[in-house]
Write a protein that binds this ligand. Structure first.
Ligand SMILES: [Zn+2]
Length: 260
């Protein structure tokens, strides 16, 4: 059976909360991430509250991500693919009035020689909500409509490169945190992952990629699903959520269907 990807319709309820139409068009992920790139994105119907583009949240997240990408390369001496670099430059150049991204101290007591590296990009607290909404939009396109059977309020967002605390921490604590992060990420990545879906001319993977895991784990008796979002090949965010068993079956059928 061929796979059918559903796209935006004005007459469909909001992808996230089910608010009745008319809806507006929301791009998932946001169009600004693919500035001047020829690709076909996923679009979903949205209410006013859950349209992250219209709320200005897209610009805040994408810009912080661009700056973090530059900082990450400098700090670790990494070289990202040429197409990733040029995408970051195009996005930053295209922003008319860039909001200054805040840099904060990460360690209270940086070891000698590390002081100059002791800063991180501060992203505001809406990042987890933004990732949750992006995940919900992708799921909407697979299920073909809104479902109240996925409890997005109880979904969890986690990233090895994002720390929600805004205050600096002692080095010893940070080392412990990193150890825990590495262990947890390894555990998550050992699960079985499916490639995400796109339209025929999909997103370039050097800019954005997502994978999905229909985990055998259960929470409160419901099957756990994980979406892994990767931005610019390095910035990874995971969304953990539970849906009903019927939703699980629909997702499984969608993934089993022929992509083309
Ligand atoms: Zn909504």
């Amino acid at each position: 059976m061929p796979r059918r990807l559903v796209q935006y319709s004005r007459n469909e309820p909001c992808y996230f909360c089910g608010t009745a139409p008319p809806s507006t068009n929301e791009h998932a992920p946001p169009k600004m991430l693919f500035k001047d790139v020829d690709c076909e994105g996923i679009t979903v119907p949205s209410c006013a509250t859950h349209n992250t583009g219209k709320n200005g949240d897209d610009a805040a997240f994408v810009l912080a991500l661009c700056q973090a990408t530059t900082l990450w390369q400098e700090r670790y001496g990494k070289k990202l693919p040429e197409s990733t670099q040029s995408a970051v430059e195009r996005i930053v150049a295209g922003v008319r009035r860039p909001k200054q991204v805040t840099k904060r101290r990460f360690l209270t007591d940086p070891p000698e020689g590390l002081d100059e590296h002791n800063e991180h990009i501060h992203m505001d607290a809406r990042v987890p909500a933004w990732i949750k909404q992006l995940s919900a939009a992708l799921i909407w396109s697979a299920l073909g409509g809104y479902t109240h059977l996925i409890d997005w309020d109880r979904a969890e967002v986690w990233s090895p490169v994002y720390h929600s605390g805004s205050t600096a921490r002692p080095t010893a604590q940070a080392l412990g945190d990193f150890e825990g992060i590495a262990r947890f990420e390894e555990l998550v990545n050992r699960q079985h992952w499916h490639e995400g879906w796109t339209e025929e001319q999909g997103y370039p993977h050097t800019i954005y990629q997502f994978r999905i895991c229909l985990s055998d784990e259960q929470l409160r008796g419901l099957p756990l699903t994980i979406i892994k979002h990767t931005f610019f090949t390095w910035g990874t965010w995971y969304a953990f959520f539970c849906g009903s068993w019927r939703t699980r079956k629909s997702l499984q059928e969608f993934l089993d269907a022929d992509p083309r």
